[in-house]
Design a protein. Structure first.
Length: 256
C-alpha cells in the first residue's frame, strides 16, 4: 500500500485562517493520509493552546515546533497534555513535552520526530544526530518522519544523509523559503531542505517588508509587524510504501 504524507511549512499567524479554509480541500485533492504541520510561528513567535487546537481542527494529525517553542509560556502544560504536539527532542530533558510521538493509523504506526539544529542557533541543545539515534532505537514504527528545524542547509542535508534509509522522510523547517531540492535519497528517504511557509505572500518570511528592511539598514530596533494580505500554503507530499517504509516520490506544493 502507498500513502501520501503531507508536511506543511511554518504557519505564520495570518496563515492560520488560510490553513483552515484550504487544508480540507488540499487533503481531498491530493488523497492525503497523514498530515504534519509546523506551528511554532502561529502567534508570530510561539504558539498558544487555542492556535494549536485550530491547527488540529483544520486537519493536522501532528504539530511540530522549533526555536520559538517557549515564547508563549501558556503552551507548556499543553505540551504535556497533548501527545500529538511535539517540540524538538534535543532540548534539555527537564523541559515540558516530548520530542517524538507515535500515531496509530489504519496503515500502521507513524512515528514523528522533531529535532532542532545547532548551527547558527543561539542556544545550547543536545546533538541532534545522537538524539535521532536514541529515538530510532525506541520505535518500531515502519513509517518514521522527521522535522529538522534548522538554519544551515548543510546541517539539514548532512542529517538527511545520516538518516537515509533509516527514516521514511526528513524535511527542513525554519527558514520559511521553499527549496527546489525535493527528492528521494539513495537509500529511500524522502527529503527537502525547507518546506517553505504558510502565510502572507508579500512579506519577508511572514513579516512586513519594511520591518525587515529597517533592521538590515541598521536603524533603531522596532517591533516586527506581521504582514497582511493574500496568503500561500507551502509544503511537500511524500509518497511512502507502507510495507517497506521507503519513500517513493516527493512533490512540493504551493497553494495560493
Amino acid at each position: 500500500m502507498e500513502v501520501n504524507i503531507l508536511a506543511i511549512g511554518d504557519i505564520v499567524t495570518v496563515g492560520l485562517d488560510f490553513l483552515r479554509k484550504k487544508l480540507p480541500a488540499i487533503k481531498k485533492h491530493y488523497n492525503i493520509h497523514f498530515t504534519v504541520a509546523n506551528g511554532e510561528n502561529a502567534s508570530g513567535t510561539g504558539i498558544t493552546p487555542n492556535q494549536a487546537d485550530d491547527i488540529f481542527y483544520s486537519g493536522a494529525d501532528v504539530i511540530t515546533l522549533g526555536n520559538h517553542t517557549w515564547n508563549r509560556r501558556e503552551i507548556e502544560n499543553y505540551l504535556d497534555d497533548n501527545r500529538y504536539i511535539v517540540r524538538p527532542a534535543n532540548y534539555a530533558p527537564q523541559v515540558p513535552g516530548r520530542g517524538f510521538c507515535e500515531v496509530e493509523t489504519s496503515f500502521g504506526t507513524v512515528c514523528v520526530i522533531n529535532l532542532i539544529g545547532r548551527c547558527s542557533m543561539n542556544f545550547g541543545t543536545e546533538n541532534p544526530f545522537f538524539e535521532a539515534d536514541r529515538i530510532l532505537k525506541k520505535t518500531d514504527a515502519k513509517i518514521t518522519l522527521v522535522d529538522f528545524h534548522a538554519e544551515a542547509t548543510s546541517e539539514k542535508l548532512a542529517m538527511a544523509y545520516y538518516l537515509d534509509g533509516r527514516v521514511s522522510a526528513l524535511w527542513g523547517t525554519h527558514t520559511h523559503v521553499q527549496t527546489s531540492d525535493g527528492r528521494v535519497m539513495p537509500e529511500g528517504t524522502g527529503y527537502i531542505t525547507d518546506l517553505g511557509m504558510t502565510g502572507t505572500i508579500e512579506s519577508v518570511i511572514g513579516i512586513k517588508p519594511e520591518s525587515s528592511i529597517n533592521m538590515f539598514l541598521g536603524n533603531p530596533p522596532r517591533r516586527y509587524d506581521q504582514a497582511k494580505g493574500a496568503c500561500k500554503l507551502e509544503g511537500a507530499i511524500f509518497t511512502v510504501d507502507t510495507s517497506t517504509g521507503k519513500c517513493l516520490n516527493v512533490e512540493t506544493i504551493r497553494i495560493q
